[in-house]
Design a protein around this ligand. Structure first.
Ligand code: COA
Length: 258
């Protein structure tokens, strides 16, 4: 059984972690397959948005694989952590948005994967948390950092130090997820948003994603300068002339990604 599944529907791709018997836990093989599939999507000019989800009814991703991690040496643990970080950095650096459709447990590495996506839609049965302290470790795929940046450092401290698990409603009010919907509607809602984004100018989407990410850790002055440069750069594109001409000529826009 493949560890990941890829479904393409026009410009929208759905990438599914497919290890439901282990609640989609991430081992090195799954991380490797995800990286491979993602590289394929990055190289496919037709792809404009990606949805990431988990197979089965119970879990998005219930964490890094505890059985695979138990006997790791320090060196191997660093390698495993680096592998996770590299994959998640790739999600963040992609030219298109990656939307997490969280359909159940998103614990430990699962919460970290969702955090590296552009935003999260959650089913009403979704559960989030960083329970690594229960296992004698801490998050290893960026959880301490991205969670603090997303929900604030005090909440992140509480989540990472108690290891508690939170429902979708708490995740929504904390600002971790953008939307909570009934389980049966999750993928349709994610697809609708992905399709909407896929119709915009792809160069503009790529720049918006880049500036929002890069600017977040800069001073306001530096971040605004990044924005101004990206804004100006887009005026060198065919799509900017097309987008503004289509508006002024009251006709449908046809973006080329050029
Ligand atoms: N790593 C490896 N295997 C995992 C796993 C993980 N993170 N999470 C779940 N599994 C496996 C279980 O070992 C079990 O395998 P088995 O059927 O061969 O025994 C299978 O997935 C089903 O999980 P189970 O625990 O029986 O389901 P549950 O509904 O009773 O509990 C959870 C669900 C999510 C509460 C529980 O699986 C859990 O606590 N998982 C670990 C969460 C965690 O600590 N993640 C952070 C890791 S750093």
């Amino acid at each position: 059984m493949p560890l990941t599944l890829l479904e393409k529907n026009g410009p929208v791709a759905i990438l599914t972690v497919n290890r439901p018997d282990k609640l989609n836990a991430l081992n090195a093989e799954v991380l490797g397959e995800l990286a491979c599939q993602f590289a394929g999507l990055e190289n496919d000019a037709d792809v404009r948005a990606v949805i990431l989800t988990g197979a089965g009814e119970k879990a998005f991703i219930a964490g890094a694989d505890i059985a695979a991690m138990r006997d790791l040496s320090t060196v191997d643990a660093k390698r495993f952590s680096d592998m996770g970080h590299a994959l998640l950095a790739r999600f963040e650096r992609a030219r298109f948005p990656v939307i997490a459709a969280v359909n159940g447990f998103a614990l430990g590495g699962g919460c970290e994967v969702a955090l590296a996506c552009d935003f999260i839609y959650a089913a009403d049965n979704a559960k989030f948390g960083q329970p690594e302290v229960n296992l004698g470790v801490i998050p290893g795929f960026g959880g301490t950092q991205r969670l603090a940046r997303r929900i604030g450092i005090a909440r992140a401290r509480e989540w990472c130090m108690t290891g508690d698990i939170y429902g979708a409603d708490v995740a929504l009010s904390a600002g971790l997820v953008n939307l909570v919907v009934p389980r049966a509607e999750l993928l349709e809602r994610a697809k609708a948003t992905a399709t909407k984004i896929a119709q915009k100018g792809p160069l503009a989407i790529a720049q918006a994603k880049r500036v929002l990410l890069r600017g977040a850790d800069e001073s306001l002055e530096t971040a605004n300068e990044l924005e101004a440069q990206a804004f100006a750069q887009l005026f060198g594109s065919v799509d900017q002339k097309e987008g503004m001409s289509a508006f002024l000529e009251k006709r449908a826009v046809a973006f080329l990604g050029k």
